[in-house]
Design a protein around this ligand. Sequence first.
Ligand SMILES: NC(=O)C1=CN([C@@H]2O[C@H](COP(=O)(O)OP(=O)(O)OC[C@H]3O[C@@H](n4cnc5c(N)ncnc54)[C@H](OP(=O)(O)O)[C@@H]3O)[C@@H](O)[C@H]2O)C=CC1
Ligand SMILES: O=C(O)C1=N[C@H](C(=O)O)C[C@H](O)C1
Length: 268
Amino acid sequence: MSSHSLRVGIAGLSGRMGQMLVRSVLDAGCRVTGGICRDPGENGLSMNELTREGAITLCADMTQLATMSDVVIDFTHVSTVIPHAEALKDTGTPWILGTTGLSETDQKAVAVAAQSIPVVQAANFSAGVTLVLRLAREMGAALSAERFDAEIVEMHHRQKVDAPSGTALAIGEAVAKGRDVTFADVRTPAREGQCGARKTGEIGFAALRGGQIVGEHTVLFTSATEQIALSHRAFDRRVFADGAVQAAEWSAGKTAGLYNMEDVLGLT
Ligand SMILES: NC(=O)C1=CN([C@@H]2O[C@H](COP(=O)(O)OP(=O)(O)OC[C@H]3O[C@@H](n4cnc5c(N)ncnc54)[C@H](OP(=O)(O)O)[C@@H]3O)[C@@H](O)[C@H]2O)C=CC1
Ligand SMILES: O=C(O)C1=N[C@H](C(=O)O)C[C@H](O)C1
């Protein structure tokens, strides 16, 4: 199938990412078939503004959206992950999943769906963060936990509902992987009060919120004598939307499986 005729459905059409995705899909020469939007009136949406061309169907649920689409891009809310996984498994539609804050149970549902359909899942669809994840893994391997304390700081806009961000957690997982340890064993939530001294090997997180910051992440490796910082700053949500559309085009014709942006960018 030519990517230029790709019919893309957008779950979370009214959201910050949903609106950016409409522009990215159209600029890539693909079609927006429709979107899930629980209450367009309430969100003050103008469909002319959203689409610039062609008709777009407002769908009641994922099954309706997936049935009219070659691929669905989904940046919504964690509460939708399990119903979306079930619907897409049934329709056989590839799923580009950007929603963050998933529980273990949510992630299992994604893995089950990926046995039947191609799923491209990324906490951050930017090429820059995809590279940061790879570098964080290499730094984790090179900078031992005995000498270097790894801590991750992120800052986002005041509307963000999950913390730490999915990207911060993915960076933590990459460092843990580089160190050949289980992330769950070393992950340390935000410190507060009489929390005790830092334990060797911990990976700590700090989440800051304010204004309209699009997304900033830094992993710090600090020893007794030096510090190395690896940072990424997104200036515009367009970077995430363009990455998701690239993943959508890439997913066409792929076999079932759970893929990530390293697969899409050919870095694996
Ligand atoms: N992977 C990546 O690169 C990125 C991931 N994200 C993640 O994407 C998600 C969305 O972010 P953002 O666009 O900023 O968020 P918004 O709050 O702006 O948008 C969320 C969208 O999800 C919909 N939604 C919320 N709850 C439900 C529900 N229970 N059922 C159906 N639809 C629902 C809303 O639709 P409605 O109008 O119906 O309320 C809205 O359109 C977040 O998890 C965020 O962390 C964000 C940026 C980049
Ligand atoms: O909610 C956001 O805005 C973002 N969420 C993603 C995350 O949780 O990592 C990606 C990006 O940082 C923006």
